[in-house]
Unconditional design. Sequence first.
Length: 354
Amino acid sequence: MPDNKRITVGILVGVLLVLAVCFVLRTKQGSLWPAARIKLDSGYHEVMGTFGRAVAVAMDKETAQKCTRAALEQIEMVDDLMSDYKQDSQISRLNRDAFKQPVKVDKDTFEVLQKSIEFSALTGGAFDVTVGPLVDVWRCAAEANSAPTEAELQKARAAVGYEKLILDANDLTVRFSVEAMRLDLGAIAKGYAIDKAVAAMQTAGAIGGMVDIGGDIRCFGAPPPGKDRWLIGVQDPEKTGDLLGAAEPLLVLKLTNAAIATSGDYRRFALIQGKKYSHIIDVGTGGAGSELSSVTIISSSATDADALATAVSVMGARKGLALIEKLPNTEAILIPSRRRKFFKTSGAEKHIEY
């Protein structure tokens, strides 16, 4: 080959390599994605006491379908293991038998309980999955339309406390150190299910996707065709819309490989003699209610976001913001009760689209 042709070919190869590298870098940054990608939405399914769905972004319909199926299977699996409403779930079995003897569980249930204890220690007990006895007291109070007495709260609190939950990592067994303990994973199981669903979608070939369970959401990779990022609305507590949250959002967040979870008293609460009590319970006092109407946590993990949203709701704005500021890759947006303004951590602004 003549020298000038070799030089021309060399230049062309060099240009193509540069373009390929630029494409990869821009794709990783989320500013450019394959134009031929498709989006498939599973639609809403009733699960974990709310509604969930999976949205897959893939290069073909068959892969996208496989991804949404894999996601929904993981969500159902977590619900079957960790629901305290299903009598044959592992959590229900623990609630029945774990005081009498150690109960063996599978690795997913054990992992969630390990993480729960870690979050309890991190938050000074503001997050605590042993809250079940207090949940029962408030549920009965709502049914009777009569606020619980101090004696009832004191009795329930005696059976509450994450330090009374004993885990054996060698045998994957769980034991309660006091009678009448009861686990309630409502503040962490949805997040864990979302993380499991995202992992399943990625394994099945999704180049991007979103999983939503009751407004707790995680997005990853390529956004839907025609979009350059995932946009997620934060609900205005004063405009609750329908059960699927179809109301004008207070804020719209832009997310790339991130999760959000929101806890609040505006959708789930007990109404007793005309007074509204939050479903979020402070195990320290046994009382329901919070100074915060809504807490949104942004994190890389839906499990973390879910647990921290509940913890900050209990801790309040000052302590909650101080905690989140210390955590890497974690931000918070807090909306106080009876006030329109909101507070946010120092890095939250980068996630706000408008």
